[in-house]
Design a protein around this ligand. Structure first.
Ligand code: HSC
Ligand code: NAD
Length: 705
């Protein structure tokens, strides 16, 4: 049984027990409805207590069921909630752990809610492109006021027990035995009286809704669910309760069938699938990380040290020169001070985190005591090889040796050691203490233990881990190279950086490729291009506009000018006539007659290279599944989550359409547009990326070759 029913002196305790998070699916709701009905008919039952096993009250409606047919005999969540609403007997919620979404709504229909101190309650549906569809938008404002309810529903952020009690969502925090306490309350409550939240009024100050709407993303830029959440809460202030529920249901149904919700739910599951690696079973032992060492205190090393400290891991930061070390230390201290000033963390937290970071110039001393070393020195193979050779000498057996390289071959780096199985890539994104993605790069000899350790590290420091096989650029930067190249071709042919960026931003990225280049620093790519051309890399022609910009000392925001110019202390990009002249001269040099390029062409030529290279990445096994690529792009590069990542976006466009567009572009612009054989294969078998099982694309290639 997914709901355990237990009698305690006239009280029925109903325990949701459906691992892992007691999601409210067909089985739980069927059992719950039956148990409620049995208890309601029984005159010996005075009241109900709802609670959950598995360390949670409930994680909400079963998201896996969305979009699938519901058995006609099974009750749906709103019906079960309605039966509690109508019951003459009171219900009490005993919350230990999370009560989210439908789980929270189940608690809200109860007469009172009691929570253990560690509990969290919230309505996170907006993150799935939905709204609370089982009464949450009507009951929460009646309980805590429309403004506070809006904040919770539109942000989707759960609140801890203490805040929930302050707001009045939770009646009491119980530090001792929660269930005993709630059963006692239920037993002592006068028979036949109910305290229904629905009987209250939902009130708001004038202007509240307009003020919230003004801050939301526009509907077409991912804001659909947040707008509908606001509409539903507003309805609670002027519609009677029953009609409010009806309105909520209409809006929920609209969202459930929206592309934005489908995309966000895809990302939710893709994120959780990504940590499942076919040849690294969940039982794989992981290295215990008590102390880490970060080599290099530059942009990335500092951010990585902060990430570790934020996750409670003490770290030694090592630089070769004392001046560079002092600079790195000052940056870390400045960043923490800024977070405290903005109220993101308390001064006590700042001190605790700073206290976890030690600084030194002796690599062997720091590395010798570390269970994990993360190298973040210059992106030059020789420098990395000498660091890893030294790590091999200094580190204890079993220490995991990671490199933060963004493009270099992990196998080459591992070759500098006699323990390639312990060597792995941990590719953080800039700023490393903020960005959620951790691309974990496995070399040919990287052990399952090292991979499992890196995945566990990601979870511990609040990052989302995605595993890639080593190759030039791994998943993210390999695709980025194709996207950036095409954006530059568009500029050579007639668009301006601001045209491309406007189209990409309207699509939903926080910034377009040129503004992003200015933020990241154009000199980084310039160095990589020089290295590649010295190595005689083959492939499509490399556009040189970025080189022309760099040759003028314009490296982006850090020099006050790049593709755009920037006023002192301001990150707003301003189009610059000097850059336009450079671009016109470059087009002339290439003999290109500039033309007007419309927005549709810009979008297609920026997005399809991602899709096509993503498909090739699946074919050669660099990524295990399309969802992994989507997670990399959503969390590492700002691909709009409401479009689900490049591979989901391609599925939504339709692979036949993608294939035909690629063929047309190939005929017009050259062989670099040749469709990936995987897209051709999927079109031929009438399948989508979503239909591919883990590693299936790579297995297909092996069978063919
Ligand atoms: C909802 O409730 C809609 C309602 O308002 C209205 C419904 C009305 C319907 C009307 C019809 C007309 N379902 O994250 P983890 C799985 S929408 C299914 O690694 P953690 C997850 O996939 C829902 N599965 O663990 C994973 O499975 P795997 C609103 C769910 O401890 C496993 O649990 N609720 C699930 O780090 C572990 O997950 C939310 O948005 C669910 N609801 O965090 C909450 N929730 O092992 C979403 C989790 O097979 N969930 N799973 O990969 C979370 O935020 C986190 O999972 C928790 C646990 C904080 C619950
Ligand atoms: P950076 O130039 O800011 O920092 C590198 C630091 O390493 C410098 O402080 C330098 O003094 C130090 N260093 C060099 N040799 C050393 C040695 N032998 N021992 C100790 N310290 C040494 O560079 P960064 O941007 O922090 O990049 C570091 C690594 O992270 C590179 O591999 C880069 O490709 C990668 N990466 C960078 C970004 C980014 O956006 N900057 C993003 C992801 C990955």
């Amino acid at each position: 049984m997914s709901v355990k029913s237990e009698r305690r002196d006239g009280i029925v305790v109903l325990t949701l027990d459906y691992p892992p998070v007691n999601a409210l699916g067909v089985e739980v709701l069927t059992d719950l409805a039956a148990a409620i009905e049995a208890g309601s008919r029984d005159d010996g039952v005075h009241a109900f207590v709802l609670t959950g096993a598995n360390g949670a009250f409930s994680g909400g409606a079963d998201i896996r069921r969305f979009g699938k047919p519901w058995p006609p005999t099974a009750p749906m969540l709103p019906e079960v909630i309605e039966s509690i609403e109508r019951s003459e007997k009171p219900f009490y919620a005993a919350i230990d752990g999370v009560a989210l979404g439908g789980g929270c709504e189940l608690a809200l229909v109860c007469d009172a809610r009691y929570a253990s101190p560690r509990s969290r309650v919230g309505l996170p549906e907006v993150h799935l492109g939905l709204l609370p569809g089982a009464g949450g938008t009507q009951r929460l404002p009646r309980l805590v006021g429309a403004k506070a309810a809006l904040d919770i529903i539109v942000s989707g952020m759960p609140v801890g027990a203490a805040r929930a009690a302050e707001l009045g969502i939770v009646d009491e925090i119980v530090a001792g035995n929660l269930l005993d306490h709630v059963c006692r309350v239920a037993q002592e409550a006068p028979a036949g009286t109910r305290r229904r939240v629905s009987a209250r009024r939902s009130e708001a100050q004038p202007g509240v809704f307009a003020a919230v709407r003004a801050k939301l993303d526009p509907v077409e830029r991912g804001g659909l669910a947040a707008h509908r959440c606001t509409d539903a809460v507003e309805a609670s202030t002027w519609l009677p309760f029953e009609q409010g529920l009806h309105r909520e249901r209409e809006l929920f149904t609209e969202l459930l069938h929206s592309d934005q919700s489908r995309a966000r739910i895809h990302v939710f599951f893709a994120e959780r699938e990504a940590v499942k690696i076919p040849d690294v079973p969940a039982s794989t032992p992981v290295a215990r990380i008590d102390r880490a060492c970060v080599v290099g205190a530059g942009t990335m090393g500092g951010g990585i040290a902060m990430s570790l400290a934020n996750g409670g891991i003490p770290a030694d930061v090592v630089e070769a020169e004392p001046e560079a070390l002092a600079r790195g230390k000052a940056t870390i201290e400045r960043n923490y001070a800024a977070s405290a000033r903005k109220g993101r963390i308390s001064q006590a937290d700042v001190e605790a985190r700073l206290g976890r970071i030690a600084y030194g110039t002796s690599l062997s001393a720091a590395a010798g005591g570390a269970d994990l070393v993360i190298e973040a020195v210059f992106e030059e193979l020789d420098v990395k090889l000498s660091v890893f050779a030294e790590l091999d000498r200094a580190c204890k057996p079993g220490a995991v040796l990671a490199s933060n390289t963004s493009t270099l071959d992990i196998d080459a780096i591992a070759g500098a050691t006699a323990r390639p199985e312990d060597v792995i890539g941990t590719h953080f994104f800039s700023p490393a203490n903020v960005m959620r993605l951790l691309e974990i790069v496995r070399g040919a000899k990287t052990s399952a233990r090292s991979i499992a350790t890196a995945l566990a590290l990601a979870k511990r420091i609040g990052k989302i881990g995605v595993v890639a096989r080593t190759c030039d650029g791994f998943i993210g930067n390999r695709m980025l190279a194709h996207y950036a190249r095409e954006a530059a071709y568009l500029v050579e042919e007639g668009a301006l950086p601001q045209d491309v960026d406007r189209v990409i931003e309207a699509f939903g990225f926080p910034m377009g490729p040129f503004a992003m280049g200015d933020l990241a620093g154009l000199d980084v790519g310039w160095r990589i291009r020089k290295r590649r051309s010295a190595q005689g890399m083959t492939g499509p022609r490399v556009p040189e506009i970025a080189d022309r910009v760099c040759e003028r000392g314009r490296f982006g925001q850090k020099t006050g000018a790049g593709y755009y110019r920037y006023a002192d202390g301001d990150r707003t990009p301003h189009p610059d006539p000097e850059v336009e002249s450079l671009i016109f001269a470059e087009s002339a040099r290439l003999g290109i007659a500039r033309r007007t390029i419309d927005d549709a062409e810009i979008l297609e030529r920026c997005m399809l290279p991602l899709v096509n290279e993503g498909a090739n990445i699946l074919l050669d096994g660099t990524a295990i599944r399309p969802g992994d690529i989507d997670v990399v792009w959503v969390y590492g590069y700002g691909f709009p989550a409401f479009r689900g990542g490049p591979m989901h976006y391609a599925d939504m466009l339709g692979l036949m359409r993608v294939f035909e567009s690629l063929r047309a572009l190939e005929a017009r612009l050259g062989p670099h547009w040749h469709p990936s054989p995987l897209i051709e294969e999927l079109v031929a078998s009438k399948r989508r990326f979503a239909d591919l099982a883990a590693d299936e694309a790579a297995r297909l290639t092996m069978e063919v070759s």
